[in-house]
Design a protein around this ligand. Sequence first.
Ligand SMILES: Nc1ncnc2c1ncn2[C@@H]1O[C@H](COP(=O)(O)OP(=O)(O)OP(=O)(O)O)[C@@H](O)[C@H]1O
Ligand SMILES: [Mg+2]
Length: 497
Amino acid sequence: MGLRKIVTVTREVEIQQLARKLGTEIFVADNPAEALDIVGTANPDLIIFDSQFTPDHIRQFLDKSLKSNNNSKNIPIIAVGNRDTDTKLSNEFIQAGACDYIRSKSDYKQLEKIVNRIKSKAKPDVPEEKIQNSFFVDDLPASVSMVGQSKAIRNTLKMIKLVAASRCNPVLIVGETGTGKELAAKAIHTLRHPDGPFIAVNCAALTANLLESELFGHVKGSFTGADREKTGLLELADNGSLLLDEISEMPLDLQAKLLRVLQEKNFRKVGGTQTITTNATIIVSSNRNLQNQIQANQFRSDLYYRLNICPVTIAPLRSPHRREDIPLLAEYFLKNSTMCPGKKGKITSLTKLAIEALLKYDWPGNVRELSNTIERAILLETTDKIGLSSIIVEPPNALFRVWGSPIDPTDSSQPSETQTSNKIKDFSLEKAERKLITRALQETGWQKTRAAALLGITRATLYAKVKQYNIEKGIYLVKETADESQSPLSPETVTTN
Ligand SMILES: Nc1ncnc2c1ncn2[C@@H]1O[C@H](COP(=O)(O)OP(=O)(O)OP(=O)(O)O)[C@@H](O)[C@H]1O
Ligand SMILES: [Mg+2]
């Protein structure tokens, strides 16, 4: 048994994989600043810095950590050197505060020895069953943090592994919005091409012509504005994977061209004559039912049959076979949130009632919506446990959930728009919204981009709301009265009113 929590400060997959062999929860930081955030929240057992970091980086990391009082001084740090790391440099790492170093990222044996030494000094404070109950599905590279233990996610993982080990190309991934299709695509990619490029393109985000020249590239002068030659993503993703997200939105004539690439494994640039071959794994994902799209003449059936060889499906969170992942995901997002540095490590869990509320909701936005809801709850919570009143489902949808989902304007049993606005006034939506926005701004030190991300709105919307509600820096929230502690938008208030 290895250590429990390990933070890797690296972008190198090998080091993350190394850590995965030794720990049950791996947190990946791109740089020391991110590591500092994670350390404050996760309280890890080990930190591994990769070879791009010098002894000075480690010294600065420890200084900052001491100042922010998050106690990394007591957490062992291992520095990973490279083949050129000599004894002098190794000693400098130790002087800077690292507890040890390994000469190369492939020196697993040495790392294991150090870890055993660390473990023999550390007192075991985690019950064994807790260690076994890790967040992640098994056997995935550490860089793919796929949380889940349910039957549905295990079946998905089984398929991911089968597909990755085969030569299946293209690979189709289907699932509702926010279920983790991109994560599944990264898992397939990382298992199949650990060192190759992963490129994703959203077919709904580009016009037909742009998408075509993005995918295939173009030669100089092939159309107005093509003032230089461009390499297409199919070529760039060679020896790696190309994810075509929202494939249902690809224009029909481009679908025909894609089908040809899938069959021939080669293509030409727009306006070009030279044939280019590609061995990229083409992964396509869709949150729409492609068969319905075929019925509506929006999707080519021949392309569908070419794609649908061994589809990977991801169940929505509300599926009875996936529900058990909800508390696990909630706890994972709580432990890994870096949105409110001021609350790092202070909120330790969720109350039973809060978990019950999460389990009752049907999560139309799936894992993404759950993640946002937990971030919002962290922002709102004032105690050490996330309680029911801090669980607010997506604000724009909350009203839709009041009377069943969604409100059908033609259904007279449901409230009319005027009735709805009266209800909104009763619930004082404006007041709740103003409060939430003010809190988001305060928590993020008025960093509008982070505050907007936390609220799940765009920066432009945030600016508009700040203006609308006349929110100014320095205006602080009045302490909540007992009555207000029940959130006006929480699902419970919503159904009982
Ligand atoms: N099993 C999971 N464990 C941890 N995080 C997850 C899991 N599934 C999804 N997520 C997270 O939820 C968010 C949405 O996931 P992702 O982008 O993969 O969904 P998607 O199905 O591609 O969504 P869309 O259809 O909207 O494109 C991401 O931040 C992702 O990391
Ligand atoms: Mg996606």
